[in-house]
Design a protein around this ligand. Structure first.
Ligand code: NAD
Ligand code: TYD
Length: 336
């Protein structure tokens, strides 16, 4: 049996990855290390239902705490999801992004090297490539050109990861994915925020002219791609993961409102985000050709599943917007 250390496993994508791994790979024991920031939800994973699972509440930026996990357990794989992940928050407070996303990743790399782990997979983002004009796609060869403190911290982490490959011959892999949506996403991000505001009759803040474009991927597709790369990826390689679902923000909000039978008048145009990237779009032919990965759901199907989940899991998000976590839940528009 192999042991996989997953960081940030109480956040959105980490939670989905742990559930997928636990149900599809019974021969991998899971260690989840998460500091439980505002974006985590300890209820996401019910420890009573998990086998071969351990949870540690630790901050990856704290090397001593992290070292304890490596001392107490024989770790074979590391998958690093832990991060500060919201661009708007990075504009307000970049320091914590440097701490977690760069220093935390460096700590993980150093300990992984010291303990001779078999594979290190860094979960990165298409945002490291910067912003596209009307045409073109990001490939793995696109030069890094991050434009927000968030994407700059992720690009820095990627470069540290690659430096460990070149300098120490460490067995590293990187995935760069486009915008995810789906179950368990904290409602500060566009899609869950739109669903919840629509369900509760609140305005939906739309930044700038609303024509910025993102390439959306359903989270189940992303986590399948991550496992493909962990199992079959070549060391020292970067793999783009995309959804082939480009849409303007105004389009996605309007589609959600239509599906929920809510009026377009809920949309409120607000001041643009500083340095707002115009368009992201992915060429993910490398992972398709090398590892056979393709997204299975289109945006329409993924949105239906996502809306149903938020409909059926009111308790999950009501706790965030009005219960124990209320003080954390403020849309960036309210904070600015
Ligand atoms: P999230 O904000 O929902 O979850 C992040 C998790 O990391 C939380 O559980 C949080 O408690 C934990 N965490 C934060 N700081 C920590 C620290 N110092 N030590 C330990 N744990 C810490 O984020 P997400 O959307 O699930 O994103 C996960 C990863 O995927 C991130 O690395 C992000 O950059 C990347 N990514 C996200 C998207 C997206 O659309 N959400 C797209 C591409 C890549
Ligand atoms: P977001 O979900 O924050 O992801 P990212 O910034 O990482 O792409 O935002 C997605 C897009 O939606 C982005 O162009 C900003 C825009 N946006 C709004 O128009 N209103 C909002 O309230 C939010 C959160 C985002």
């Amino acid at each position: 049996m192999k042991t996989c250390l997953i960081t940030g496993g109480l956040g959105f994508i980490g939670t989905n990855f742990i559930k997928y791994l636990a149900s599809h790979r019974k021969d991998i024991a899971i260690i989840n290390a998460d500091s439980i920031t505002y974006a985590a939800n300890p209820c996401n994973i019910d420890e009573k239902t998990m086998v071969n699972y351990k949870f540690y509440k630790i901050d990856i930026a704290n090397n001593d705490e992290l070292a304890e996990i490596f001392k107490k357990n024989k770790i074979d794989y590391v998958v690093n999801f832990a991060a500060e992940s919201h661009v708007d928050r990075s504009i307000l407070n970049p320091s914590v992004f440097v701490k977690t996303n760069i220093e935390g990743t460096l700590n993980l790399l150093k300990l992984s090297l010291e303990h001779k782990i078999e594979k290190f997979l860094q979960i990165s983002t298409d945002e490291v490539y910067g912003s596209l004009g009307k045409d073109g796609l990001f490939t793995e060869m696109t030069p890094l050109s991050p434009r927000s403190p968030y994407s700059a911290s992720k690009a820095s982490a990627d470069m540290l990861v690659m430096s460990f490959f070149h300098t120490y011959d460490m067995p590293v892999l990187i995935t760069r994915c486009s915008n995810n949506y789906g179950q368990y996403q904290f409602p500060e991000k566009l899609i869950p925020l739109t669903i919840i505001n629509a369900l509760t009759g609140k305005d939906i803040p739309l930044y700038g002219d609303g024509k910025n474009i993102r390439d959306w991927i359903y989270v189940d597709d992303h986590v399948r791609g991550v496992l493909d790369v962990l199992e079959k990826g070549r060391f020292g390689e970067i793999y783009n993961i995309g959804g082939r679902s480009e849409m303007q923000n105004i389009g996605i909000i309007s589609l959600i409102l239509k599906k929920l039978n809510k009026p377009l008048s809920l949309i409120k145009y607000v001041k643009d985000r500083a340095g707002h990237d115009r368009r992201y779009a992915m060429d993910f032919s490398k992972i398709t050709e090398e590892l056979g990965f393709k997204p299975q759901l289109n945006l329409n199907e993924g949105l239906d599943l996502t809306i149903s989940w938020y409909f059926e899991n009111e308790d999950w998000w009501k706790k965030i917007i009005s219960g124990d976590y209320r003080h954390y839940y403020k849309t960036m528009y309210e904070m600015r």
